[in-house]
Write a protein that binds this ligand. Sequence first.
Ligand code: IVH
Length: 672
Amino acid sequence: MASLHKRIDELRRLIDHHNRLYYVEAKPEISDRDFDKLLDELKTIEEAHPELVMPDSPTQRVGGQPIEGFETVRHRRPMLSIDNTYNDDELREFDRRVKKSLGGAAVTYVVELKIDGVAISLTYEKGLFTVGATRGDGEQGDDVTHNLKTVGGLPLRLHADRPPPLFEARGEVYMNRADLAQTNRERADLGLEPFANPRNSTAGSLKLLDPKLCARRRLRLFTYSLGACEGIEIKTHLEGLELLRTFGFPVNPNVAHFDAIDAVIDYCHGWAEKRHDLPYDTDGMVIKVNDYDQQRKLGTTSKSPRWVVAFKFAAEQGLTKLEHIELQVGKLGTLTPVAHLTPVKLAGTTVSRASLHNADYITTKDIRVGDMVVVEKAGEIIPYVVRSESAARTGKEKVFEWPRTCPNCGSPVVRDEDSPFYRCTGGKKCSGQNKKILRSYATRGAMDIEGLGIELINQLVDSGLVRTIPDLYRLTKEKLLELERMGDKSAQNLLDGLEASKERGLSRVLAGLAIEHVGVSVAELLAQEFGDIDKLMAASAERLAEIDGIGPILAESIHAHFQSEAGRDIIEDLREQGVNLSEKAKPNPADVDGTDLTGKTFVVTGTLAKYGRDEIESLIKSLGGKATGSVSKNTDYVVAGEKAGSKLDKARQLGVAVLTEADFEKLIGRDV
Ligand code: IVH
């Protein structure tokens, strides 16, 4: 047991260390994959030993259960807002007011980025993270502790030998533009409206009831002030930021300290340009009086403190011409209208395409081809068209006519009742749809097929080599080498990636099949519930709706998919190609007790009475041991069943301990 404790401790330290490097210092030293391996190992051990799970274990970030609703939290100190300024004169006016109120004393200002996210309060009692809440109305907010635990970089315990009895950090939870773009792509696949900006998506994510879903949004954190604290004595805002850093919180590195308002103004202007190089959105700068005594003297109005002001950046909008509207087909056939624009400079990049969302959006906003339109940028896949300038019309603009047939495959286009979307009915015939389906199959959350990116998928479909998912498994080296720019190494890489994908298991297959409303988490639910594809395909919609987390709409869509000929054909074909369509049940921690096999290597051979090969090997793993296929001097035990052959001989030759099934059970304390 001692060595198990040691390994858990080591894993937790390693994970915290790399989390910190990634989220707080932005200097990762290991790959995401290697990080996931550490986390997986810790999860496996903790699943087998639930008694060893601590509230600050990194696994607890997503370990929580979905909550029923939000509790209200009263803030120990109100969370106020900040007055805005929009130009240099208003900033100078702020400086004059501050100095006047302080009787002309010397003042220094700390200037920070204004992160575009959601304000939160994080309470730590005796060093342990206990409550995280949104700002709400400033007096009381929602308890979102379950979701905040999933936020990268948020310390679950303060990094302090002697933590204060009470500590409250305040800051902003936000999303990187790339993560927002990913979320919006997933929403588009589900036919949902994209989030217009990172603030909306962050707020929406914090309001999710299930922390597992929230974790997928990859929320991040910057802290920038202290709330109610006990046992903390500091004198300035800069010391406060330093303390936050020491305690392990992410603090934005772009902080400057000035003793004159002109320098403050220059710094703000500098960031108005540079901000586009950051991976997250900022909507201004925040200017704070550094000295706490001076802050106290200045006091607050009912709404906001007098010692702080925001300098807001001008809205990132541009005016340009909408030249034509292209229709992009999604994996379920949804046609998304995309505006092609006369290129315009916006938020540091040149924009030539913008989203128009759906048919209703175009109609309600009366956006016409040829219109001058206002485009705004928020998040990576948006820019989107905000409105058209109808006053600038010349009369040549045209109302957009939705085509009757798909621009990709010529199949009829329909609009379902109550839906804002038009849809191509081509199904498997539509190359546009097929490309999107193959993309969703190959992605990391699904089959994670190395070497199968968008470009190659387009090439494979356009050349006619691949149409459906199972076609992928019929690819050969010769066929691949016929493709342009395809070398021997890339071809082999893809074939290896495809071969490896066959063993990913049912939940990953389901996540990649482009079933309406079924993403990674629903796929996991289904795989755990049914264990194999035949049981799932035989389930009625009613049976599906009985599963926790699956409602009638989802149940109907899953059922319909597996009743459809196309849906069933793909499964049969995948089965023939040797794709594993079953899922191992997650080990039930109650079945496994406290034996520690960490550091021990096992080889199982022959036929056992009570365990299948997979079963005993995963039991060994869940107890911290390793199960390998061949006997060497590094093997600690060989478990030998009936008809054990050469491996048993080798074990005897090398003097490796040989266990019968009964011996093995004794070793793990299951011999009762
Ligand atoms: S200080 C008294 N610092 O901006 C308020 N706020 O518009 C103290 N914000 O509610 C807040 N970055 O959510 C502060 N570096 C920063 C900030 C920041 C973003 C947000 C915060 C606040 C809002 C006001």
